[in-house]
Design a protein around this ligand. Structure first.
Ligand code: R5P
Length: 293
């Protein structure tokens, strides 16, 4: 196997190659004055199984285009099989037509991925498991909870209640509770499809004097997590940590979450940046060593 670290996941790709003890083929990348991407593979891939590591965190469209260009080029130069490791799969949150006339974005992205010659896909904490069934190639979503819960535990949160901000993420809170050991709970969240505004139903959480860790797949604007943290604080929580797989943390998300009362925000290198401190490399290397992709 050969690893190709894409421009959006250079460090992560290098770490995966090191863990696997395989060659990392470099990519020359530049952006033309008109904004178009230029990519060139800097080594041979003929007859090889190739793992392209390329997240599609913002700028999502550019990172997606780089993934497609890389995959097709890798196939053009004779790669045997291409597995795309896309830790954060953009557009997955538009998996339904919530309003009449909306684009079913993720389905369109899936067709592009398949057309680029990608033979299988590995992602993390996909927004809805059902999306995986819409691929005509093998596609799997891994969970990062083991590494993010382990990291938050090492910051003193052993015994904390694991909290999910909505029913959709309850499996993350359950898996977090297996590691933190303080049980789990879930909140009831709704989002206004026109304004994007999030609401959380008030609930009496049994957290007086206890620590809480809120788990989520994605933190985007921080609206969801700020409300969940605020509620935990109102219910008397001692310290509140926030752990997510994809720390997009757009705009004032960090200020909102810390301002609501969180002490710690922790995410993975699915989204490179100051809060993507927990590496997915061990989980990706382990998945690539298995033969089921
Ligand atoms: C939604 O279902 C997701 O699990 C996240 O809770 C959501 O995407 C976070 O978005 P924001 O940070 O903008 O509230």
């Amino acid at each position: 196997m050969i690893v190709v670290p894409g421009p959006s996941s250079l460090e992560l790709g290098e770490k995966v190659a090191q863990r696997l003890g395989v060659l990392a083929v470099g990519v020359e990348h530049k952006v033309f004055p008109d904004g178009e991407d230029y990519l060139r593979l800097m080594g041979p891939v003929k007859h090889e199984d190739v793992a392209i590591i390329q997240t599609t965190s913002p700028p999502a469209d550019s990172h997606l285009m780089q993934l497609l260009l890389l995959a097709r080029t890798t196939k053009d130069f004779g790669a045997h099989k291409v597995v795309a490791v896309v830790p954060y799969l953009a557009y997955a949150r538009q998996d339904k037509r919530f309003l009449e006339g909306e684009a079913l974005s993720i389905d369109i992205i899936i067709r592009f991925i398949e057309a680029a010659g990608i033979d299988s896909l590995i992602t993390f904490e996909i927004h809805a498991e059902d999306i995986l069934k819409r691929f005509r190639i093998p596609a799997q979503s891994l969970s990062a909870v083991s590494v993010i819960a382990g990291a938050v535990k090492s910051q003193g949160y052993s015994g904390a209640l694991s909290l999910s901000p909505d029913e959709g993420r309850i499996s993350m809170a359950m898996a977090g509770a297996d590691i933190l050991g303080g049980g789990y709970d879930a909140l009831d969240k709704t989002r206004d499809r026109h304004t994007g505004e999030v609401r959380i139903v008030e609930k009496n959480l049994p957290v007086q004097g206890r620590d809480v860790v809120v788990f989520d797949d994605v933190i985007s604007t921080g609206g969801t997590l700020a409300l969940a943290v605020g509620l935990a604080k109102k219910c008397g929580a001692r310290r509140i940590g926030v752990a997510c797989t994809h720390p997009l943390l757009l705009g004032k998300a960090v200020e909102r979450i810390l301002g609501a009362g969180a002490q710690v925000i922790l995410g993975t290198d699915s989204v490179p940046g100051p809060y993507g401190t927990v590496s997915l490399a061990p989980l990706i290397a382990e998945a690539l060593q298995k033969s089921d992709w």
